[in-house]
Write a protein that binds this ligand. Structure first.
Ligand SMILES: Nc1nc2c(ncn2[C@@H]2O[C@H](COP(=O)(O)OP(=O)(O)OP(=O)(O)O)[C@@H](O)[C@H]2O)c(=O)[nH]1
Ligand SMILES: [Mg+2]
Length: 235
């Protein structure tokens, strides 16, 4: 296997070196592709430094404008596919997703097409969230399950492992959503196309550094967007 981890960053200067170092400590030969959207805090410069320190193993895709997480992922996925990687992992760069799960995800993807890192496989595995945030997240998944018919326990997680063929098939150029909905849409597309999707249990740690970017607009977009997705013809 030839795996790459895509790390989207927006103002993650305090976290980027640490997450890259933790990924390097994992077995499996993971390469890293950082996609930064012109962070004002210097994250992009750190990404360039890292790619200079680890030639061929760490790459930086620096975009000048912030077009949202979904568009950053689409650009990075395209680039990762072009570079020839056969397994593409996506995870947050704020240390909420522990790189220690990477080898396990790599094992799971050998016999599946998409692996979801889920916080709710057994109980609730979230550290440092207030009740409001937890209820919002659980409601989002419950609502999405109802509307789309998908049976997974965590549909907004951003920790996922893709087989190259799955990403190629879901139609990156047709993706309409950003934010949380991007996570739902990509899984929904794979689900509609009958790909084998499995969940693995992960613990999610709320970020220690930097600021949360969730806001009302993102929530509203997701609520309406799920219905829009359901009405779309996919696959
Ligand atoms: N390239 C890029 N990365 C982004 C953008 N928005 C968020 N990110 C990154 O995507 C990952 C997840 O975003 P977060 O802001 O942590 O969102 P969250 O985990 O839902 O919420 P908090 O951790 O509570 O802020 C982090 O690594 C962010 O730096 C964006 O517009 N462009
Ligand atoms: Mg986060």
């Amino acid at each position: 296997m030839n795996p790459v981890v895509v790390l989207p960053t927006y103002n993650e200067a305090e976290n980027l070196r640490e997450i890259v170092s933790q990924i390097h400590q994992q077995p499996g030969g993971f390469h890293i592709l950082i996609v930064d959207d012109g962070s004002p805090d210097g994250t992009g410069e750190i990404a360039d430094e890292l790619s200079g320190e680890f030639p061929g193993k760490v790459r930086a895709l620096r975009r000048t404008r912030r077009e949202g997480l979904g568009q950053a992922y689409v650009a990075a996925f395209r680039y990762a596919l072009k570079l020839g990687y056969d397994v593409i992992v996506q995870m947050d760069a704020d240390l909420s997703h522990s790189p220690t799960y990477l080898p396990g995800m790599l094992r799971e993807i050998e016999n599946s097409d998409l692996v979801l890192g889920s916080r709710y496989v057994r109980g609730v595995n979230v550290v440092n969230w207030d009740l409001k945030r937890l209820i919002l997240s659980k409601l989002a998944t419950t609502y999405t399950r109802l509307v789309t018919g998908m049976r997974f326990t965590d549909l907004t997680s951003g920790f996922k492992c893709w087989r190259r063929e799955t990403l190629e098939a879901i139609g990156l150029d047709r993706i309409i959503s950003n934010g949380y909905l991007f996570q739902i849409e990509t899984t929904y597309r794979a689900h509609k196309m009958k790909f084998r999707i499995v969940e693995v249990s992960i613990i999610f740690y709320e970020r220690n550094f930097g600021r949360s970017k969730i806001n009302f607009r993102i929530i509203l977009e997701a609520l309406l967007g799920v219905i829009r997705l359901r009405l779309k013809r996919i696959g």
